[in-house]
Design a protein around this ligand. Structure first.
Ligand code: ADP
Ligand code: MG
Length: 325
């Protein structure tokens, strides 16, 4: 792309943070070079975001830069990995300096915050839509198991971090689906645009949790991935779910849908044996994040949600699509 070098030099060259000890060469050569310590395994993930599909064309570019990296850091967190570095694929229909500097600021600030330097990438011209793609690398000590989806065991507790529902409300308000709730947009929009990846929590869960996943498509859908991979079932209690406070003011059916099926959450959901409850409670204090026990793993396959009267909730009515993805 014409101006590619100028763009990289001007906006991305700093990488956000100095490469860590493991990295010997970042942006500027044909490849980045990294040393991976012998006692570590590499964890690698990639996520793409496409304009109009994953983000609004008019979204604040700084928050978009933040979110583009945050969703990838969230995948590392869900595996229990420590960030090592990232690569950015940038497809742009035209060069807009204001957009680029905002995007780079949001992206590189998050690189700095989680010591995840931008080590390289590629920049191309696209016909219409902005296309963003990040490859992220992390490390996991060989001595502790990664938080794979297939590791849930019958009898495990099921936990989630943070609060649920805000990003979904923001999305629905922005889509014009909830005209009566539009005044709440300022309260819920930060959850959609500025998700906090649970990077420290993910690492702290190694050796404590069995299976983990990050909630990108909705609690039920993502938990179902764990259940399928682990060949188990789950029972969760609707009234234990950590709802964001504004949900207490909305219609009960909407509340249920946002909690159970709302996407873009980027909190972690994991399973852990009951013997880890105290440790998890003190972890919540140390990391200053709410950790909530919402149910348990059962032998019988399937996902049951019980309401406050212990009656099973019709999860399909709550927007849970067994065949999605
Ligand atoms: P090549 O032609 O060898 O693929 P490029 O000209 O595409 O190299 O890129 C030059 C350098 O700039 C490389 O180190 C590459 O990783 C880096 N780079 C290109 N685009 C980006 C980007 N969007 N973000 C970070 N680094 C980038
Ligand atoms: Mg290139």
């Amino acid at each position: 792309m014409a101006g590619e070098f100028a763009i990289i030099d001007q906006y991305f060259k700093s990488g956000g943070t100095d490469p860590s000890d493991q990295t010997v060469l970042g942006i500027g050569d044909d490849c980045a070079l990294l040393n991976v310590p012998q006692d570590m395994r590499l964890a690698v993930s990639k996520d793409m975001l496409i304009e109009h599909r994953h983000f609004y064309a008019d979204v604040d570019p700084q928050s978009l830069g933040h979110k583009t990296l945050a969703v990838n850091l969230s995948d590392l967190a869900a595996m229990g990995a420590k960030p090592l570095g990232c690569f950015l694929g940038l497809g742009l229909p035209h060069i807009n300096p204001a957009w680029l500097s905002g995007f780079a600021k949001g992206f590189l600030e998050l690189c700095a915050r989680f010591e995840c330097p931008l080590l390289g990438g590629d920049t191309v011209k696209t016909p219409h839509d902005i296309t963003l793609s990040v490859t992220i690398l992390g490390v996991i000590p060989k001595a502790t198991p990664a938080l794979v989806r297939s590791a849930a065991q019958v009898g495990d507790d099921i936990w989630v971090s943070g609060q649920l529902g805000a990003a979904d409300l923001a999305y629905r308000i922005r889509e014009g689906m909830l005209p009566h709730y539009a005044h709440w947009l300022p309260d819920v929009l930060p959850a959609l645009n500025w998700p906090t990846p649970r990077v420290e929590l993910g690492q702290a869960l190694r050796g404590v949790a069995h299976a983990a996943i990050d909630i990108s498509d909705g609690l039920l859908q993502d938990l179902q991935h764990v259940l399928t991979a682990s060949q188990v079932g789950a029972c969760i209690a609707e009234d234990q779910l950590p709802a964001v406070p504004v949900l207490n003011h909305v219609d009960p059916a909407l509340r249920r849908q946002s909690l159970l099926s709302g996407g873009d959450v980027y909190e972690l959901c994991w399973t852990a044996p009951a013997s880890q409850r105290e440790r998890l409670q003190s972890m919540a204090q140390t990391l200053n994040v709410a950790l909530t026990r919402i149910g348990h793993i059962v032998d019988q396959k399937g996902l049951t949600v019980l309401d406050s009267q212990h009656r099973p909730v019709d999860v399909e009515q709550a927007g849970f699509d067994h065949f999605a993805r």
